[in-house]
Design a protein around this ligand. Structure first.
Ligand code: XIL
Length: 313
C-alpha cells in the first residue's frame, strides 16, 4: 500500500489522526491529513469548553469545519469528548449545581452535541479519563456531585440522541494490565451487566519510548472478550530530546508493534495518532524535555516510524 489509510483499510481497520483546527488552512498539513488517514478526531474543538462555553449556548462552527473536512475526504469522525473534567468551563466546575441540576446540565450538553453531529459521527468518547491511577473513580465535579451513576446516565443520554454512534469510554495508563485498567474492566463489565449502552473502550496510548506495556495485547483481548470494540485512540511515543537515529529507529519498531498488536486482536477497530507532525504535538508543552513523538518531523517529512507503521499494517 502507498498510504496508511490504504494499508489499514486492507486489514479492515481505520487509521486516524487528531486534527488541530488552526492547521486546516496549512496545505502541507491538510494534504497529509487527507491522504494518509481515514479517521479524524478533533484535538480540541469538540470539547465542552469550545462547544458550550456558556450555559445552553452552543458554538459548533469549529467542529463543523472538521466535519466538512472529513466529509470532503471520505473520513470517519471520532467524536472527542462529551464528559471530561478537563477543558470544562468554569460555569460547570464552579457552578454550585446540586446533583439534579448537574445531571441535567450534563445530559443537556450530551443531547445537544450528539444530536447536532448525529449524521456525521461514527464514535463518541462519552466519558474521558474517569479513573485514578489506583482504579478508583476520579473525584471530578460529576463524580463528586452526582456520584458514579453519572457515567451510566451519560451513555444513556448519548444513545438516546444517536442510536447509531458507537459509544466509548476512553482513558490513559490503561493500556497494560494494571490497577487502573482493572478498574476500567470492572466498570465496563458492570455497565454491560446493567444494560448500559457501551460499545467500545479507547486506550489513549501516550507511550514512552522503550516502555510499551508488554501486556497491551492481553489487556486489549480481555475487553474484546466482553464483546467490546477496543481502539488505540491517541497514540504517540515520546522520547527525551534531542532525538537521534537510534531512538528514532526504536520508536519505529515500537509504532510497528502497536499496529501488530491491534491486528492481532479481532475487535481492535483501528488506531488514531494524536497528531502526525512533531511540530504540532502536545507533548513538548506538557512533558518537559520530551518530544519527537509523532510519525512526521517538524517539517512534515516522514520519520522511520511512518514507514514502519505503513509496513506493519
Ligand atoms: C490535549 C490537546 O492535544 C492539547 O492541544 C490541549 O491543550 C489539551 O488536550 N488526553 C486527551 C486529549 O484525551 O484530549 C488531550 O489533548 C491529551 C490527553
Amino acid at each position: 500500500a502507498a498510504t496508511l489509510r490504504e494499508a489499514a483499510a486492507a486489514q479492515g481497520r481505520f487509521v486516524g489522526t487528531a486534527i488541530a483546527d488552526g492547521k486546516l488552512s496549512n496545505t502541507t498539513y491538510t494534504n497529509i491529513a487527507r491522504t494518509e488517514f481515514d479517521s479524524v478526531t478533533a484535538e480540541n474543538v469538540m470539547k465542552w469548553d469550545t462547544l458550550e462555553p456558556s450555559r445552553n449556548s452552543f458554538n459548533y462552527a469549529p467542529g463543523d469545519r472538521l466535519v466538512n473536512f472529513a466529509q470532503a475526504n471520505d473520513q470517519q469522525i471520532y467524536g472527542h469528548t462529551l464528559v471530561w473534567h478537563s477543558q470544562l468551563p468554569s460555569w460547570v466546575t464552579n457552578g454550585g449545581f446540586n446533583a439534579t441540576e448537574l445531571n441535567s446540565v450534563m445530559t443537556n450538553h450530551i443531547t445537544n452535541v450528539v444530536t447536532h453531529y448525529r449524521d456525521s459521527i461514527e464514535y463518541w468518547d462519552v466519558v474521558n479519563e474517569v479513573f485514578n491511577e489506583d482504579g478508583t473513580l476520579r473525584g471530578s465535579v460529576f463524580q463528586n456531585t452526582i456520584g458514579q451513576g453519572y457515567i451510566a446516565n451519560a451513555f444513556r443520554a448519548a444513545r438516546a440522541a444517536d442510536p447509531d454512534a458507537k459509544l466509548c469510554i476512553n482513558d490513559y495508563n490503561v493500556e497494560g494490565t494494571n490497577a487502573k485498567s482493572n478498574g476500567l474492566y470492572n466498570l465496563v463489565s458492570s455497565l454491560l451487566n446493567q444494560g448500559v449502552p457501551i460499545d467500545c473502550v479507547g486506550l489513549q496510548s501516550h507511550f514512552i519510548l522503550d516502555q510499551i506495556p508488554s501486556t497491551l495485547q492481553a489487556n486489549m483481548q480481555r475487553f474484546a472478550n466482553l464483546g467490546l470494540e477496543v481502539n488505540i485512540t491517541e497514540l504517540d511515543i515520546r522520547m527525551t530530546l534531542p532525538a537521534d537515529s537510534a531512538k528514532l529507529s526504536r520508536q519505529a519498531t515500537q509504532y510497528a508493534s502497536v499496529v501488530g498488536t491491534c491486528l492481532a486482536v479481532a475487535n481492535c477497530g483501528g488506531i488514531t495518532v494524536w497528531g502526525f507532525g512533531d511540530v504540532d504535538s502536545w507533548i513538548p508543552g506538557v512533558f518537559d524535555g520530551q518530544g519527537a513523538a509523532c510519525l512526521y518531523d517538524n517539517n512534515y517529512a516522514p520519520k522511520p516510524a511512518y514507514n514502519a507503521m505503513l509496513t506493519a499494517f
